[in-house]
Design a protein around this ligand. Structure first.
Ligand code: NAD
Ligand code: WQD
Length: 338
């Protein structure tokens, strides 16, 4: 079985490629390297001792995608490719809608053309919006997103579900990720953000490695146990393993299905700092700053559906997440650049 991983060179895609290869799938990765490095895929091969095929291409480029489907026999697609910076999406909404929606539509069109019937999509907990109670369950209605990035996920979900409704053989699995952190246990691949990190864990690891002076905690006056926001952090390798279960499910069931991929347990920003300090032995200087616009006080997953239907359970602890994030950062202080 051959899986096409769009955005396969990225943070989550590269870790999923490891899990797929280790589970016996052949992998073809396509990525335009707009937010990643081909070195990640060389390291995936090193970790697994297996080869994968790589195409450097924009998945909105229909001719380039057709070429891949002509040259490879693709049995299923995992669609990771997309732009993901929340703040940037507010500044550049048209670029986000163009890239993320065009990518989803083009992939579906080319899959239809070549008779490929299974797709797993990287969605996000952000589609629950601000209206729902936590823990979020898949049967809740989607909510109002606070930024264009979130809307591209919500709209892509709709497009994928409509495509599945129109083609009774098509299978769509929507995976709503919570907050992925951590890295492969080898320390060879991990998250390599360009510029100043937007997300908490890469910011912490860059403070730990001496690249940034201190962390600003966005808000200390929320109505939460310690006043800082709480999120459902999930180890990226647990998340990666969820994709192996999801693509298998997609190949065996037609129709559209949605699964939360989270642990079901929230941690606050201060708890993350403490857990990181314990795992690394390094003190993280921080100060409490203003709230960040658009942040919700807290949310986490009800992850029971993925457990019951996919047989997927998270296995790694917060300590593992911190240890592996740190192991990656300290072994690769400049990320893939070297
Ligand atoms: P990432 O930026 O590391 O990976 C995305 C990859 O897609 C990058 O390698 C980028 O170069 C590539 N890409 C973007 N547009 C492309 C295009 N038009 N053609 C080809 N390649 C393209 O991000 P990630 O964290 O690995 O996220 C993967 C997916 O999961 C994204 O769709 C993201 O929105 C989604 N997601 C991420 C998180 C998170 O916190 N990291 C949470 C929820 C959902
Ligand atoms: C986590 C917590 C911040 C940085 C984002 C997207 C979401 C999904 C996952 C893609 C929050 C706090 C952060 C910092 C801080 N991505 N924080 N100082 O915002 O939960 O989710 O990534 O789909 O759509 O919105 O993740 O890592 O940015 O923040 O205090 O320098 O850390 O306020 O409480 P978030 P995050």
């Amino acid at each position: 079985m051959t899986i096409l991983a769009t955005g396969g060179a990225g943070y989550i895609g590269s870790h999923a490629c490891v899990s797929l290869l280790e589970s016996g799938y052949d992998v073809v990765a396509v990525d335009d390297l707009s937010n990643s490095s081909a070195e990640a895929l060389r390291r995936v091969e090193k970790i697994t001792g297996r080869e994968l095929k790589f195409y450097e291409a924009d998945v909105c480029d229909r001719a380039a995608l057709e070429k891949i489907f002509r040259e490879q026999k693709i049995d299923g697609v995992i669609h990771f490719a997309g732009m993901k910076a929340v703040g940037e999406s507010v500044q550049k909404p048209l670029e986000y809608y163009r890239n993320n929606l065009d990518a989803t539509i083009t992939i579906l069109e080319v899959m239809r053309q070549f008779g490929c019937k299974a797709i797993v999509f990287s969605s996000s907990a952000t589609v629950y919006g601000s209206e729902n109670e936590y823990p979020y369950r898949e049967d809740m209605p989607k909510g109002t997103c606070s930024n264009p990035y979130g809307w591209t996920k919500s709209m892509s979900e709709q497009i994928l579900c409509d495509a599945a409704k129109a083609d009774s053989e098509l299978s769509v699995v929507l995976l709503r990720y919570f907050n992925p952190i951590g890295a492969h246990e080898s320390g060879l691949i991990g998250e390599d953000p360009k510029g100043i990190p937007n997300n908490l864990m890469p910011y912490i690891t860059q403070v730990a490695v001496g690249k940034r002076k201190e962390l600003t905690v966005f808000g200390g006056d929320y109505d939460t146990p310690d006043g800082t926001c709480r999120r459902d952090y999930i180890h990226v390798m647990d998340l990666a393993e969820g994709h192996v279960k999801a693509i298998k499910y997609a190949m065996e069931h037609a129709g559209a299905e949605v699964f939360n991929l989270g642990t079901g347990v929230p941690y606050s920003v201060l708890e993350i700092i403490k857990a990181f300090e314990d795992a690394s032995g390094i003190k993280i200087p921080y100060r409490i700053g203003a709230r960040r616009e658009g942040d919700l006080p807290e949310f986490w997953a009800d992850a029971s559906k993925a457990g019951n239907i996919l047989g997927w359970h998270t296995r790694r602890s917060l300590a593992d997440m911190c240890r592996d994030s740190w192991n990656w950062q300290k072994n690769n202080p400049k990320g893939y650049e070297e």
